[in-house]
Design a protein around this ligand. Sequence first.
Ligand SMILES: Nc1ncnc2c1ncn2[C@@H]1O[C@H](COP(=O)(O)OP(=O)(O)OP(=O)(O)O)[C@@H](O)[C@H]1O
Ligand SMILES: [Mg+2]
Length: 387
Amino acid sequence: MAGLSISGIFSSPKKSVLGIDIGASAIKIVQIAKKGGVAVLETYGELALGPYGEEVVGRSVQLPVETLAEALRNLLRESSVTTNSCALAIPLSASLVSLVELPDIDKSQLAQMIPLEARKYIPVPISEVSLDWWIVPKEQVDDQVKKISIEDDQRKAVTMARKKADPILPSGKVDVLIVAIHNAALHTYQDIVTRAGLRTKFFEIEIFSAVRSVLEHGIAPVLVLDMGAASTKLYLVESGVVRDSHLVSRGSQDITNALAKALGITPSEAETIKRGEGLNYQVNGESIAKVVPMNLEYILSEANQIIAKYQKKFSKVVTHAVLIGGGVLLPGFVEFAKEMLSVDVLAGNPFGKLDAPAFLGDMLKKTGPEFAVAVGVALRLLQEDVP
Ligand SMILES: Nc1ncnc2c1ncn2[C@@H]1O[C@H](COP(=O)(O)OP(=O)(O)OP(=O)(O)O)[C@@H](O)[C@H]1O
Ligand SMILES: [Mg+2]
């Protein structure tokens, strides 16, 4: 567990808020507060879920609500969290996001039209989801989404719906982002946080949290690559608006598995090598990059395809890729991605949006990509200033 309390470093700010990211393999939390108009980092922490499900650290696990609540409680304690006011990121896999083109009509008329329109994109009864929607401003957009949703097996339909979105709008039309979260998933997450003694102010799909914390307000198209344990998420973002999202079913645990198999070692030993030396690890004078890259290459070639398709379709240049998620902390990965990807590559630096003691700078920069979602959801909670 990585946990660090730095609250004592600053005189106590007025109100602290907590951003929570319950991933498939680890929970990440970030507590921030506003001081002198600036978002200040108070504490953050991360807890691997594998051991709660009799698995190794770094592996994704399915856990019952009570176990997740217990893990969250442990993390809150270890990280010396002092607030119970939180917001939670919802996984892309539990969400439905559709960007649809609708007539530029009165808001109240749109409100009537959207539940009907949503039926086309949401392959479950509308009564089973919580819907929200947002008119995408023609210019910069930040907080596009309030709530989120969809189920795993509906992902295909969702991806198809997403593909219909077109950033080049004819006149008399507006882009409307329709988001939904399955009520059952909402209740599950609500249950977890309540059992951990927290009050949830809102839920937000992780995409929007990540975009907020790692992207600047540029308009050029950017690719965000979030490598988790079992899967990798790829988002194409233009003018702050998510235009496309894909889920690739390969992640960092596949690298651990490949290493364990190739070297005849346990998954736990492989995880240690992966985190320690990563792609710089040598076997018989050969870099491990010869053993594990299949999974990495697969993920990065998917990313290249998404970039190429977008560039061709809209005649625009994707300027760079931002890497986030625990998987990209693999030593040597950023360099590897720079070689493989057709665009420039940057590691996400969400803590860069927060004020933090200078002596933590290097560590926060290094571990930052892992906390992109948690920082992003905390930033929105701070912005909304909910009492
Ligand atoms: N320092 C590190 N070096 C290499 N790999 C790492 C490092 N830290 C974490 N990982 C790997 O990153 C993966 C977890 O990443 P992350 O915490 O972003 O996933 P998650 O949020 O739980 O998953 P998802 O987003 O898919 O739900 C694990 O497989 C873990 O082994
Ligand atoms: Mg994650």
